[in-house]
Design a protein around this ligand. Structure first.
Ligand SMILES: Cc1cc2nc3c(=O)[nH]c(=O)nc-3n(C[C@H](O)[C@H](O)[C@H](O)COP(=O)(O)OP(=O)(O)OC[C@H]3O[C@@H](n4cnc5c(N)ncnc54)[C@H](O)[C@@H]3O)c2cc1C
Length: 492
């Protein structure tokens, strides 16, 4: 079967490759004979990312998009040369980490070249004095963390997708890990970066704990989603592997009580590494055997680090929890979370039954958090075909939270899975914006949220578009992501 035989979801304004052999020869000259492919079997592997609607499409025999070439460079000069060629020939280019993004960021919607970063997989330096690790950005997340662990360190960035995602993908989507309340999100962890700009220039930003040297240009690429540059190397903060870990759990009467307990803990400048609130529905699903949590809201905490600090964190966590209706549920719920925290089997069980399932994470200040949670649930329940809408909260700040909704439903006979999927997304996002929240906490914008960016940024979005035009006048680098922008590339 050829790729042409699959129906495409994104088929508008595709790049037309008039002379495939010419382009392929030029690419081979840059990256070497064996590092370019236009074989169907390879192209097929890069037609989607991990957005869950992709499974429904696969079952229906459709594919999201169709790249023309996959290349595997292994030097920064090669990446620079590829981007120069792409500008000359006006070819869209999509950087690709491990394809675990869930918003379509790495989907080549206009075709063209996929730059797979997997050969950029080396750890270049672990520096004990500075407490830093420098690595190439195609490195697999778990390979990085395991190497650090074996030498007595952690980077503290453990997303649920750590086995299937790369350092470059984390930076590009502004990822957040499960231990983020203590160690920070990726933007708190990255200290330095090397980036290839869309026209091929290379910037090696200095690694420094802080500097007062004008605006922080490097931050522009954190969350750039591969539209403003390709990140080839990054230096991250690391920490000595924690000396002590304490597992705590409490069941609360309501979401409001659990919010209040955690708000009060963080207000004391106390940062348990992991905090997770499960609403009543998720508590029932994940902890059915915990008697004290029946009909309640389960919260788990992991405090880790220096023993004396952990003991202090534990005592304040317990004090604030008990003051806000918390009932101690012991260590078992947290051990259960540790055992199951990378398991997502239920998501692939749904599409064969024509169920549309997905997750959406949004962000909020404390003052709007409870309202957003309830508004999203209420709005969503009004949709036809709803099977479930639940939430957990797993990222916290002294000022607010990231709320993670999971939903499932079945489309009517008149609508496609994709139309229903978009309706579900629009419902959650609209309710969030109306209640004062932000449309994305850590999965990024990609394609899924691009039409909401004006609602999120207002006129500020024009400035981002101007920056993009300046850096990428031919719009070759990951066009159509972050905001709606149609490929208008030229001839080749
Ligand atoms: C089961 C599951 C669990 C998940 N859990 C989490 C979680 O806990 N926390 C979280 O934050 N996310 C999570 N995600 C989402 C996803 O893993 C993250 O968005 C991750 O950061 C993507 O990394 P990747 O290497 O797979 O990137 P890809 O999907 O390959 O790419 C993502 C974006 O980054 C760009 N990109 C990739 N590499 C580079 C580079 N070197 N330079 C420039 N641009 C680049 C791509 O063009 C694309 O726009 C989860 C996803 C799944 C499927």
């Amino acid at each position: 079967m050829e790729l042409e035989d699959f129906e495409l979801i994104y088929k508008e304004n595709r790049w037309e490759c008039k002379d495939k052999k010419k382009i392929e020869d030029k690419l081979r000259k840059i990256v070497g004979e064996n590092n370019v492919s236009s074989k169907t079997i390879d192209l097929l592997a890069y037609t989607k990312d991990a957005a869950l609607i992709g499974m429904n499409w696969t079952i229906q025999g459709t594919i999201a998009a169709k790249p023309d070439f996959i290349i595997w460079p292994d030097t920064i000069e090669q990446i620079s040369d590829i981007l120069k060629l792409s500008n000359q020939e006006k070819i869209p280019v999509t950087p690709y980490g491990e394809g675990s993004g869930v918003v379509g960021g790495a989907v080549p919607i206009y075709g063209g070249i996929i730059i797979d970063m997997k050969k950029f997989n080396k750890i270049l330096e672990i520096n004990d004095k500075n407490l830093t690790v420098t690595a190439q950005t195609g490195i697999n997340g778990m390979n990085l963390e395991r190497t650090l662990n074996s030498k007595g360190y952690t980077a503290g960035h453990i997303p649920q997708s750590i086995y299937i995602s790369s350092l470059g993908g984390w930076i590009s989507h502004r990822a957040a890990g499960q231990f983020s309340t203590k160690y920070g999100k990726i933007e708190d962890i990255v200290l330095g970066m090397e980036v290839v700009l869309p026209q091929g220039e290379i910037i090696d930003f200095k690694t420094i704990p802080r500097a007062s040297t004008g605006p922080q240009l490097d931050k522009l690429f954190i969350g750039g989603e591969g539209t403003l540059g390709i990140i080839t190397k990054a230096t991250l903060k690391i920490w000595p592997f924690p000396e002590k870990r304490t597992l705590i759990s409490y069941a609360f009467n309501s979401m409001e009580d659990s919010f209040e307990a955690i708000r009060q803990i963080l207000r004391e400048n106390i940062y348990p590494a992991v905090i997770r609130i499960y609403d009543h529905f998720e508590t029932m699903r994940h902890f059915p055997d915990i008697e004290n949590a029946k009909d309640k809201v389960m919260v788990i905490f992991v405090c880790e680090g220096n023993k004396k600090l952990v003991d202090l964190e534990e005592s304040i966590t317990r004090e604030k929890s008990e003051k806000n209706s918390g009932i101690d549920c012991g260590e078992h719920p947290v051990e259960h979370w540790f055992e199951t925290r990378f398991r997502v089997t239920e998501t692939s069980a749904m599409p064969p039954y024509k169920i549309v399932f997905d997750t959406i994470e949004v962000a909020s200040l404390w003052e709007n958090a409870a309202n957003i949670y309830h508004s999203v649930l209420e709005s969503f329940k009004k949709l036809q075909g709803v099977i479930m809408i639940t939430a957990h909260i797993s990222h916290f700040y002294p000022n607010g939270v990231g709320i993670y909704f999971s939903f499932g439903g079945t489309p009517s006979k008149e609508e496609t899975d994709f139309e229903y999927y978009q309706k579900c997304w629009n419902t959650v996002i609209k309710a969030t914006l109306d209640a004062g929240g932000s449309i994305a906490h850590h999965h990024g914008i990609g394609i899924n949220r691009s039409h909401w960016m004006e609602g999120e940024w207002g006129d500020g979005l024009n400035t981002l578009k101007e920056i993009k035009k300046l850096l990428d006048p031919n719009n070759i680098l990951n066009p159509g992501k972050i905001y709606i922008d149609t490929w208008k590339g030229g001839e080749n």
